[in-house]
Design a protein around this ligand. Sequence first.
Ligand SMILES: [Zn+2]
Length: 163
Amino acid sequence: MMCELCGKDVTFCKKVTIEGVQLAVCSECSKFGIESKKAPEKEMGPIPVVTQRLEIRNLRAKPKDVLEGMGKDELVEDFAERIRNARSSKGMTQKNLAMKINERQTIVSKIETDQMRPDDKVIRKLEKELGIKLREKVVDTQVAKGMSTSALTLADLIRMQKD
Ligand SMILES: [Zn+2]
């Protein structure tokens, strides 16, 4: 059987009305049938809505992802103090500590005086060695203050559009 619209050889043809003419067409061509004649705008209608929704969803997802990304293991603000206190309470010198965590004393000194932020590796070693916590899960509101304003503005815009 041949599709009367595209000419493809198919086993089954649907009878549809296209532009007022009844044709036996393949399943692929049948979508150009009755539906498109009856209400072309209905066919077009849902698409922008879906696109819009997907866009909104994506925009929503982005700031959230950023928040989640930033929400984990944030170095505490008073890390220098915490390290200093923990070290002295254990009776360790900066040199002792530096040796234990395999870093140079100058690194420990800089971290303890807030001149340097320890990287993740050093943070983990300090936490383990001193038995303290230097990272905290930052809650959304705290993170929000530090995150890019553009992402927030975007999220706010979407919220406003929705309401
Ligand atoms: Zn066809």
